[in-house]
Structures are given as C-alpha cells and as structure tokens.
Write a protein that binds this ligand. Structure first.
Ligand SMILES: NC(=O)c1ccc[n+]([C@@H]2O[C@H](COP(=O)([O-])OP(=O)(O)OC[C@H]3O[C@@H](n4cnc5c(N)ncnc54)[C@H](OP(=O)(O)O)[C@@H]3O)[C@@H](O)[C@H]2O)c1
Length: 337
C-alpha cells in the first residue's frame, strides 16, 4: 500500500505466550465501529493497520463487517505481503448463537475468508438477543440469566472447534470471577484468554489478577475509554481517561499523547489492548515500541482507577427492577435468577 508511509516492524512488537503455546501479539486492532463507522471504512483501516505493522485483528460476527474484512484479508494474502500464519485473527460467537456455535464459527471463517481462527470467544455469557443499534432500555422478552449448565453446552461446542482444528484457542469475554471459577472447574479445554473492559479508569484489579493466576491472558477492550462509544453506552457519571491529569502530566513529560500513555500502560501492565481507530491507529501502535513508562508512572496510573465501567450491558438484563450491576456479580456470587 503506497499511501502507508509510517510503519513499525512487527518483529519489534512483543508477543505473549498463552498456556496453549500460541504466541499472541501484545497489541491488536479493534474492529467495532461503534455503530456509526461504515463497514467499508473499518475494513479499509484494517488494511492500513496491517500494512503499518499490526498483526492482531479483533473481529466479531455482531460487528457486521467480517465480510468486508475478509475481502481485505484475501487481497493481502493474495498479494504475498504476508502469510496467514503471520496474522492473529480473533472472532466471537454472538448471543443468539450459543446453541449453534459451530455454525456461527463456520460463517465467520467463510466471511473472513480464512480456514482457522487463532482465537474464538464467547462474546457475552448471556444468550440474550437484542437488535443491532437498539437503545439502552431495550429488553428481550426471552432474556435469561446466566445458567451455568447452558454456558457449558456452549463451551462444549467451543471445545469441539479446537478438536476439529477450526480454532487454535478458545476464550471468554465479559465474564466475572464466580462464572470463570465454574468454567475452570468444568472445562475440558480451559479458556486461554478473557476479553474484558480495561482502561486506566477501570482496571478491574481482582478479575485481572484472577486471570493471570489461572493462566488466562487478559485482553483489554476500550483501552482508551472508548471516546466514540454509542450513546447507549454513556451515562452522566462516566469519567474520561484521556483527560485525566495524571495521564496528561505523564504524556507531557514524555512528549507523547495521552492515548499513547494509556496504550503503553496496558502493555506494561500485562493486558493486550485492542484499540479501535480510523485516525490514530499508527500512533497507538507506535506507543508499544516508542514509549517507556517508569515504575513510578505505572504506580501513579494504578492509583487513578475510578472503577468506572463504561460498557454496562443493560440490554442483557433479564427481569424488571434490576440494575446493570446484577450482570457483574459484584458481591462475588452469581446473581440468582
Ligand atoms: N468483547 C467485548 O464485549 C467488546 C466490547 C467493546 C469493544 N470491544 C473491542 O475493543 C475494541 C476497542 O474498543 P472501543 O472501540 O470501544 O474503544 P477504544 O479503542 O478505547 O476507543 C476508540 C475510539 O478512540 C478514538 N481513538 C483511537 N486512538 C486514539 C488516539 N490515539 N487519540 C485520540 N483518540 C483515539 C477513536 O477515534 P478515531 O477513529 O478518530 O481514532 C475511537 O473513537 C473494539 O473495536 C472491539 O474490537 C470488545
């Protein structure tokens, strides 16, 4: 791609070794265009991101752009720029396909025009369908709570995908410690990764430590505090990571941007950030190699956690008079049905 002037040599991007032996790049490129970035724009940026040095792409069937991304991947592989093995590709099964995981995975493979995924995630632990672009008050009449027996039926299909060679690693997303404990107890194949919201104002230290202790690699979504997130995911109490005075102070001292500080904090802490960006993707990748935070910077950032969850998941609530907190098992036990 001629218009890509700035590149980072992918060899300089560290990888993390999963318990399965797979090596995952320590930063990925997110592909959720927050409902308003067209699929063609996202896929064109995936192309630019790959040419600029990204080697991990975070996809999901519900993002509605896997077909467009597949066209781009096909073009890149056919050009000989890189081989399939040079890229880490993640996808996720959406909530209305928990009973049809194999079918859903095969559709993602077909759309992405590849024959295996490096990582396949259960996007949410709730099988509750809600229509794309719905607002925060939308509820499914068939909504269900977390039912472990049902989740395990979904997980067995995830395991089947590994056994059939369609997927190299399987993992979870939007899980809590009590749910993960049950999964670790009952899984034949343990999750290799857990994708979870992680940014300086929402560090989830207990879940993060639990994952590390159990050899589950945390992948951090909304690593910049998702400044472009849809209206349904905004509340008046939300805080803004990139305007935090500690982040700005460190950025000014190092002569880098606040976003670069947030990205490098994530990498140095040990999670894998997957920022989405049409306009700043190079800046984010560059942070991994060109920014170095001191121990004191890391400590200062650990102190600005505001426990500010942005993606609260209200649409997954299953009965009247519940609060979004019920989805996240805040008292350490799975919220009863
Ligand atoms: N597993 C899940 O349930 C789940 C949930 C949410 C998200 N995700 C994944 O995580 C990815 C990232 O999350 P996200 O997109 O919500 O949040 P994010 O990456 O924190 O924020 C993306 C927004 O930040 C802006 N941005 C990016 N780099 C910037 C920079 N250097 N300076 C200033 N602004 C910058 C982007 O605008 P520009 O385009 O203008 O740069 C975009 O509006 C998603 O794309 C998706 O792949 C997963």
């Amino acid at each position: 791609m001629n218009e890509i002037k700035k590149t980072i040599n992918p060899i300089s991007i560290p990888t993390k070794k999963l318990y399965t032996g797979s090596q995952i790049p320590c930063i990925g490129y997110g592909t959720f265009g927050s409902d308003y970035i067209p699929a063609e724009t996202v896929s064109e940026t995936v192309k630019k991101a790959i040419y600029s040095g990204y080697r991990q792409i975070d996809c999901a069937s519900v993002y509605g752009n896997e077909k467009n991304i597949g066209e781009v991947l096909d073009e890149i592989f056919k050009s000989g720029f890189l081989e399939r093995e040079d890229l880490w590709i993640t996808s996720k099964v959406w909530n209305d396909m928990h009973d049809n995981v194999v079918e859903s995975c095969k559709q993602s493979l077909k759309d992405l025009k590849i024959d295996y995924l490096d990582l396949y995630l259960v996007h949410w632990p709730f099988p509750n369908y809600h229509p794309p672009h719905c607002d925060v008050t939308s509820r499914s009449p068939n909504a269900k709570p977390y039912i472990h027996e049902n989740y395990m039926k979904t997980w067995r299909q995830m395991e089947q995908l590994v056994e059939d060679g369609l997927v190299k690693n399987i993992g979870t997303s939007n899980m809590t410690i009590p749910k993960l404990k049950l999964l670790l107890r009952d899984a034949k194949i343990k999750p290799a990764c857990n994708e979870m919201e992680l940014h300086p104002h929402f560090q989830q230290p207990e879940l993060f430590d639990f994952c590390l202790k159990n050899d589950i690699q945390p992948i951090g979504y909304c690593p910049l505090g998702s400044p472009g997130r849809p209206e349904r995911d905004r509340t008046k109490d939300d805080t803004v990571d990139l305007k935090d005075e500690v982040i700005i102070k460190i950025a000014n001292r190092l002569n880098v941007t606040p976003a670069q500080v947030a990205i490098k904090w994530a990498v140095q802490r040990g999670q894998i950030p997957i920022p989405f960006s049409v306009n700043h993707f190079f800046e984010n990748l560059e942070a991994v190699v060109n920014v170095q935070l001191t121990e004191n910077d890391m400590k200062e950032i650990s102190n600005i956690d505001k426990n500010c969850r942005l993606i609260k998941g209200q649409v997954f609530l299953w009965k009247e008079n519940q609060g979004w907190e019920d989805l996240w098992d805040l008292n350490g036990e799975i919220t009863p049905a």
